[in-house]
Design a protein. Structure first.
Length: 322
């Protein structure tokens, strides 16, 4: 019997956990030819999420947990899940039930056909504003044009990955992670399926516009040097234009002489070039900052405790008692 690990990053999800567990149990009962491991990664929750996970673990050994030392973000929480999961295949699932667990049945079907990365493409999300939908589509178009690896529009982390893919992803330890790009980078045999995203079952979303903007910047700068090349082209074009303008001014001065007119034009040119320089320095600084972070060589995360450690402690206690 194969084991399927379901990785669920959780940050302040106490309200939605009961509904999630109920639906996970229903799915696992239906797919009884597989053994399931439900691995919750508590990403520094400040509510009762961790206590609920501990109670669930006592009631059902399949409900395992890893408690991170602080809030590292979803990308790092998924890496912790990759490290601690033991299944032959792994499904990544959001705790808010916008990823319907029932889709796992279709994912498993295609996994059995030999596919190693079965990713779910969102056709529609209930309750999503027009602005958020438009910015999401535009972002994916921009990223796809700027990165050599294929980033599937509307395909997030909701997918089933064979153990081969997980072994590959475990080796990618960068600090500023963009896992959506990593899925394309590692390759393997992929299959697309579709689903309709439900509204968040309970609680509040953790993805505000500032977090989404940071994720977008990470996606562009982590997998593409196009922004650096763009500013190189812009700088070259401006330099050519400036030299041509200088030649014209020299010829005009030789023929017509000089005067003090043109102060507004000169000021506008200085401000324009100054702005271009500051923007280009900002882009270079973004990449340099990433180099600085990566060269520190820090671990991506720290674990405060896990259900596996609790099991080991109990085994050691039983041995010492015997």
């Amino acid at each position: 019997m194969k084991t399927l690990s379901v990785i669920i990053p959780a940050y302040n999800e106490e309200e939605v956990l009961p509904q999630l567990i109920e639906r996970l149990n229903e799915v696992s009962e239906k797919l009884d030819r597989y053994a399931f491991e439900f691995l919750f990664v508590n990403d520094g929750s400040t509510d009762q999420t961790l206590n609920l996970l501990k109670e669930l673990n006592k009631q059902d050994p399949r409900m395992k947990y890893v408690d991170l030392s602080r809030n590292f973000g979803k990308e790092t929480a998924m890496l912790a899940g990759f490290d601690y999961a033991t299944g032959d295949g792994i499904v990544i699932l959001d705790a808010d039930l916008q990823h319907p667990p029932e889709i796992m049945e279709e994912m498993i079907y295609w996994w059995e056909q030999g596919y190693e990365d079965i990713y779910a493409v969102r056709k529609k999300r209930e309750g999503e504003s027009f602005l958020k939908e438009w910015t999401s589509k535009t972002y994916y178009k921009v990223v796809q044009k700027m990165t050599p690896e294929k980033v599937i529009p509307q395909a997030g982390d909701f997918r089933l990955l064979d153990k081969k893919c997980i072994v590959a992803l475990r080796q990618l330890r960068e600090q500023e992670r963009y896992t959506k790009g990593m899925y394309g980078w590692i390759g393997f045999k992929k299959k697309e399926i579709t689903y309709f995203a439900e509204e968040r079952a309970a609680g509040k979303t953790k993805w505000n516009y500032s977090n989404l903007f940071k994720l977008a910047i990470d996606g562009i700068t982590s997998y593409s040097t196009v922004p650096l090349k763009v500013w190189s082209y812009i700088g070259f074009a401006i330099s050519v234009f400036a030299f041509l303008f200088l030649a014209v001014e020299i010829v005009k001065t030789i023929i017509y002489g000089t005067n003090v007119a043109g102060y507004p034009t000169l000021l506008a040119a200085i401000l324009f070039l100054g702005g271009i320089q500051l923007i280009s320095l900002g882009v270079i600084g973004e990449y340099l900052g990433r180099v600085f972070v990566e060269t520190k060589g820090r671990p991506p995360y720290f674990i405060r405790e896990s259900s596996q450690e609790d099991v080991e402690k109990e085994e050691q206690h039983d041995e010492s008692s015997a």
